[in-house]
Design a binder for this molecule. Structure first.
Ligand code: ZN
Length: 395
């Protein structure tokens, strides 16, 4: 068995995590910032040390690959952080990828297929828009909302198209990430085998009532839109909880009209967001919600519908088998958070693996994963790379 160099991996995570780090705030390495460039240069150096030929594409994605012909085994994640983020989100997947390649090389393992490690730019989306780098990489159209931000940073549509890779050059894409949720820790498990990334459904909802004088209108004569809304939301939440533990629902905004202390609310607007592995389940819930409350003035329309991303069944199977063989405890799960894999899965069979996050915290200075978990995840990744390198047939 070829073991990864855990000490080297951990020390690189720390070193990269210090770039853009501020006391009490955390690590801020926004795409295209000087801190970002510094971090990417450092990672590029480590890629070269691992025997990878590096390249930065026109939008800023960093790739490093071993020589050779044929479809590549690609490992990646992102190098940017949110403002005041942690040192593991994204960086871990890239550095673990480099560590795998370097450990294999040092063990004298000659891969049959080219290996590629990618450090995507702008996954977090605080500068241009979410997963901008991997969108360009995979040729997924960028959102219209990103265009003004691109212009501001001197990025052209031509640069975006010039960064596009061809699906036929890839055999698969593997992303190792911190869980960013508390399930693995809570259940005392070591590895999360993601079947995919949940779909998202968002509805703009409206509840009509009747605005009237707050002093002279008796309680029995009111049609208070806010009071009605306050009964609807828990009803929906209860249905979601009953339906499946894989579903989550959030009402994160609520606007009350006309919004005056002495006027009975005549209208309330809010947004319902559902995330789950199956769109039809979420559609049914929303229909039930309308049916239950339409007589009370509830209406609404869908405005975001993002289908779930699915990992490759063959890669899920290999990951499970390896966890068993290596005696790593694991569970199957869905990712509630988006990742670069959403775009990569459009061009090549993809797989997402998780390690535990302490208290499920991420995008925070408190983000933490234990050294043993970090090393274990990278070891699993290495075994997966070796297996897939030797395996014949489609994934
Ligand atoms: Zn991430």
């Amino acid at each position: 068995m070829c073991e990864i160099n855990g000490e080297r991996l951990l020390s690189r995570i720390q070193t990269l995590g210090r770039i853009g780090f501020q006391d009490k705030t955390g690590t801020t390495r926004l795409s295209y910032s000087p801190e970002y460039q510094e971090g990417r240069r450092l990672v590029e150096g480590w890629m070269r040390e691992a025997g990878l030929q590096t390249q930065v594409d026109p939008v800023g994605n960093l790739t490093g690959r071993t020589p050779g012909k044929g479809p590549r085994l690609c490992i990646g994640s992102h190098l940017d952080t949110v403002p005041g983020g942690g040192m593991y989100d994204g960086a871990y997947g890239v550095l673990a990828g480099i560590e795998c390649v370097q450990s294999l090389k040092e063990a004298g393992y000659a891969s049959r297929r080219p290996l590629e490690v990618v450090g995507f730019i702008e996954e977090e989306g605080n500068v241009i828009g979410g997963t901008f780098g991997s969108k360009a990489f995979a040729g997924v159209p960028v959102d219209a909302a990103m265009e003004p931000n691109m212009a501001q940073h001197g990025l052209t549509p031509e640069q975006v198209s010039a960064s596009r890779r061809r699906g036929q050059d890839y055999r698969c894409y593997l992303e190792l990430h911190i869980e960013q949720g508390g399930t693995l820790e809570q259940e005392g498990l070591q590895i999360g085998i993601a079947h995919g990334i949940v779909g998202i459904l968002r509805y703009r909802m409206r509840v009509e009532g009747f605005a009237n004088h707050a002093g002279s209108t008796a309680m029995s004569l009111r049609d208070d839109a806010l009071v009605k809304t306050c009964r609807m939301i828990p009803w929906l939440m209860d249905r979601v909880t009953e339906t499946s533990p894989e579903l989550v629902c959030t009402v994160g905004t609520l606007q009350v009209f006309p919004g005056a202390v002495n006027v009975i609310p005549g209208r309330v607007e809010f947004i319902v967001e559902l995330r789950g592995p199956r769109m039809e389940v979420m559609d049914r819930l929303i229909q039930a919600f309308f049916q239950q409350f339409q007589a009370q003035g509830l209406t609404g329309e869908e405005y975001i519908r993002q289908s779930p991303t699915l990992c490759s069944p063959a890669l899920i199977e290999e990951s499970r088998r390896l966890c068993q063989a290596l005696n790593f405890s694991s569970r199957d799960m869905f990712s509630g958070a988006g990742h670069d894999l959403i775009n990569m899965a459009q061009i090549t069979p993809s797989m997402l693996l998780f390690i535990p996050s302490r208290k499920g915290i991420s995008h925070s200075i408190q983000e933490y994963s234990a050294p043993a978990d970090l090393v274990r995840g990278a070891q699993l990744l290495l075994e997966l790379v070796k297996t897939l390198d030797q395996k014949e047939g489609a994934l």
